[in-house]
Design a protein around this ligand. Sequence first.
Ligand SMILES: C[S@@+](CC[C@H](N)C(=O)[O-])C[C@H]1O[C@@H](n2cnc3c(N)ncnc32)[C@H](O)[C@@H]1O
Length: 192
Amino acid sequence: MEYWEQRYQTHDTPWEKGAPSPGLVDFLATHRDLAGETVCVPGCGTGHDVREWAKTGFRAYGYDIAPGAVRLGTDWTRAAGLRAEFRRADFLRDEPPFPFDWLFEHTLFCAIQLEERDLYTRAVLRWLKPGGHFLSVNYLIPDKDGPPFGTTRDELWERFTPYFQLKAEWVPRSYPNRTGLELMLWWRRRPR
Ligand SMILES: C[S@@+](CC[C@H](N)C(=O)[O-])C[C@H]1O[C@@H](n2cnc3c(N)ncnc32)[C@H](O)[C@@H]1O
């Protein structure tokens, strides 16, 4: 069994907070005018963030490499009476079904191996439309023996500024054990 699926099967999922990212909740509460567009949530886990986008009126799609996460995401979304699509996909290597208007990052970048980060950047460019929005909740921890693996604002800046223009950055409201460790970045992909 693959690493991530095993973690779901053995209930070893400390990232599972039973609620969407507080930073995302606050962002969507103040940007309801953007509803109606498509959003891709890679590494969506059980889908709390996907449901928050769907509740706000976005056409929301969650992708995860672990079939167990996709199953829970689908079941919990149906139980909540919401519409969103969940599919199994390797975000780093697979092709998107279509290019998305929005891409939301939350604890996938810190979950992949450090040597996969270039693949991650290329995947964001493959899954997102030119001119699309890339909203990320970044986990600024020092850890090098993850997952989770940490990052810095400097690394993110160097990695994404060649392709994106920063619209805003802020320290969001966080889950209690991540307070002060998260940074949200709202990027707009440069048109080709
Ligand atoms: C730390 S968990 C975070 C889950 C969710 N974002 C959350 O915050 O609850 C990382 C998730 O990424 C998924 N994942 C890891 N590598 C992936 C890949 N290459 N493509 C898609 N999903 C992946 C894992 O199965 C897991 O559900």
